[in-house]
Structure formats: structure tokens, C-alpha cells
Design a protein around this ligand. Structure first.
Ligand code: NCD
Ligand code: ZN
Length: 351
């Protein structure tokens, strides 16, 4: 931390190690919210159809760069969506050429646009061996999909059934356990080697599963993995603010239109990009850990990926701002995270 006063905080510019930027009109509408605060972002490949080739990733990267305002200095880091039939040579070529930064493992049907995901990790052994050999990180959506496993238990069961197997078969593979939501995942990551890390979203630090149903059903708080009990939220807050380099920032910002959220079968995803760093800053302040924000937001992620921190700095100021209740996107709206709430910190500029 270079500068810290009660009212101002200057830290290296953060990166977002997990974001959904979408495509087409939605991409055009949301890209700047991420680019205005983050230097880099790991872009999820769950488009329809998913990004499974180097050419598709290059073309998507170009569309992202065209959607971002030229005022921002933003680098999208692309990922390859693993399928049962993924070609390990394509993965290696993409990584070597600097197009793919990582591969994403969605268990088939775990979440939005994951129908092409992996049905059994035995089907991607060759891809995982390649990734282990070349030092390419595996990003894991850690939930089992079995309908007989309760939705609130799917992450914990994934640790037993899949993570343990991944670690024993590929002991040197770099793995990011993404958007963790349980104390089980915190403990698993803490007790694993330095090749295992986790991202934590702003929203899982802020509310628990009861909030989703407080006063009626709140579809804008529904995301996957779903928020868990309070004991888990507290474990996540402790991990994020602990100063451990194993936990770093990943928003999982996942925009859906208001029609797709407020529906009889509403989509999973929280759109938190507009005030992500502000939300994290508030959580870290509440935990008395503002001095740990820079590590979590700006240093541990790059270190895990073997990259340098951004050279630019951001200035956060203690100044109340009200998050807008809705954002107009295309011909409709998105209800962002913290809609209508007052946040304590504000991104004031760059240094
Ligand atoms: C994501 C989406 O909408 O693409 N939704 C979510 O709830 N997080 C998919 C995902 O990352 O699970
Ligand atoms: Zn996601």
C-alpha cells in the first residue's frame, strides 16, 4: 500500500479474474463498466456457441476491444471452454500464441450456457496433462450437477468427488477454484499447495442465502453457485481479508436483462461490474482490513498467473455514492448489484 489515509486509498489498479462480458449488444452495453476500473479481466468463454478454438477467442477478443471505449487501458485475457472432445493441441497452440490465458471447466449443465461442458473429467485427461505440462491454469466452476445433491451442497460435494481427484491425478496443475461460496472451499484451498487458489465475488461477501428470500423472492441475488448460510459468508470474508495470496478478486459479474431475471424461470447471475471495487472496499473496511485490499484486488491474482501487477494506480476516496437502481441496456434494463444503495467508497481516478 503506498498511500493510506482514512479518506483516501491509492492501490495498484485491480484486475478481475472472472467476468462474463457477453457478446453483441450486451457486450457493447457492459464492457466499459469492467474496463473503467480493471486493468485486465479473465473473460469467461460461455457464449452460445462456447469459445473452444483459438480463432474464436481471437475474434471475441477483437469484439471486446472494439466495445471498450478508447479512454480505458484494458486487456481482456481469453479462456478456452473445455468440452468432452476438446483438442489438447488447440489449447497448447492458443496458450503458446498468447491467445488463451487459461481453460475453463464447466461441469455439463452446471450453470448458464454450460450444456457443452464436461460430463466426466476422465474425458479431458489429455487436455489436463497438456495444461499441467505447459503451466496453463484450469479455472473450475466447482459444483456437481447431480439432481439428487441439494443445490446448497453442490460445492462441498464437488470438493470430495472432483477436486480431490483432480489434485491427486494432476498434482502440479494450477487450479483456480472459482467464486467459492463455502467454508469447505476456503479450508480446501488453504490446506492445498501453492498451485491451488480461489476467487471470491463481491456479492458472496455481502449477503447470505436468507437474503435471497427476505421479504419475498429477490431474483437479482440469484446466481450460481448460490449464496450459502451465514457461517459460510463469514468464512469467505475472513479468507478474502486474511492477506493470504491464495484468495483474489473475481467478480463473476454476469448480466442478464430484467426480463430474463424477473421471470418464472429466472437466469442465474449478478451484474456487479459498475461498483465492484467499491463493494469490495466497503467489505474490507467493515472487516477492518483496508490494508489487505490491494493484495486481494491487485497483487495476488497477477502473481498466481505469473504476471506483473498493473503499473497504474487507482485512487479510492471515501465519498458516499448511490448505485443507480437500474441501468438502461439495449431497449431494456439491468438491475445491478447494490441497486439504489449507498456505498462508502468511490473510484475517484488514476495515479
Ligand atoms: C453465469 C452466467 O450468467 O453466465 N451465471 C452465474 O450465476 N454466475 C455463469 C456462471 O459463472 O456460473
Ligand atoms: Zn461466472
Amino acid at each position: 500500500m503506498n498511500t493510506q489515509s482514512p479518506n483516501q486509498l491509492t492501490i495498484h489498479q485491480p484486475d478481475d479474474w472472472h467476468v462474463h462480458l457477453r457478446d453483441g449488444e450486451m457486450l457493447a452495453a457492459v464492457a466499459d463498466y469492467t474496463a473503467q476500473q480493471f486493468g485486465r479481466a479473465i473473460v469467461m468463454p460461455n457464449l452460445a456457441p462456447p469459445i473452444t478454438t483459438v480463432d474464436a477467442a481471437k475474434a471475441y477478443r477483437d469484439r471486446i476491444l472494439s466495445a471498450v471505449s478508447s479512454a480505458h487501458h484494458f486487456t481482456p485475457l481469453m479462456t478456452c471452454y473445455l468440452t468432452d472432445s476438446i483438442d489438447p493441441q488447440e489449447i497448447e497452440a492458443g496458450f503458446t500464441q498468447g491467445v488463451f490465458t487459461a481453460c475453463k471447466l464447466y461441469p455439463a449443465n452446471a450453470t448458464t450456457n454450460s450444456a457443452h461442458g464436461v460430463t466426466d473429467i476422465d474425458n479431458i485427461t489429455a487436455a489436463l496433462e497438456t495444461m499441467q505440462r505447459i503451466g496453463m491454469p484450469l479455472l473450475v466452476h466447482g459444483e456437481v450437477t447431480d439432481s439428487d445433491i441439494d443445490i446448497f451442497d453442490r460445492e462441498a460435494v464437488f470438493i470430495e468427488r472432483v477436486m480431490a481427484k483432480l489434485l491427486s491425478r494432476f498434482p502440479d496443475l494450477k487450479i483456480v477454484f472459482e467464486h467459492i461460496t463455502t467454508k469447505d472451499a476456503v479450508n480446501f484451498v488453504m490446506n492445498s499447495g501453492s498451485n491451488i487458489a480461489a476467487t471470491i465475488t463481491p456479492h458472496h461477501l455481502v449477503y447470505n442465502r436468507s437474503a435471497i428470500f427476505a421479504g419475498g423472492i429477490n431474483p437479482h441475488l440469484y446466481c450460481l453457485p448460490i449464496a450459502k448460510r451465514e457461517v459460510h459468508r463469514l468464512a469467505l470474508r475472513k479468507a478474502a481479508t486474511s492477506g493470504s495470496a491464495k484468495f483474489f478478486l473475481g467478480t463473476d459479474s454476469a448480466p442478464h436483462t430484467v426480463e430474463n431475471k424477473q421471470s418464472a424461470c429466472g437466469c442465474a447471475g449478478v451484474f456487479n461490474a459498475p461498483y465492484a471495487i467499491e463493494s469490495y472496499a466497503q467489505t474490507f473496511e467493515e472487516e477492518g482490513a483496508l490494508d489487505k485490499l490491494e493484495g486481494f484486488a491487485s497483487l495476488y491474482g497477477p502473481a498466481f498467473y505469473g504476471l506483473k501487477p498493473n503499473s497504474r494506480k487507482i485512487i479510492l476516496e471515501r465519498q458516499p455514492i448511490t448505485a443507480p437502481p437500474t441501468l438502461t441496456v439495449m431497449d431494456t434494463q439491468i438491475i445491478p448489484f447494490h441497486a439504489g444503495e449507498v456505498l462508502t467508497w468511490r473510484l475517484a481516478g488514476f495515479a
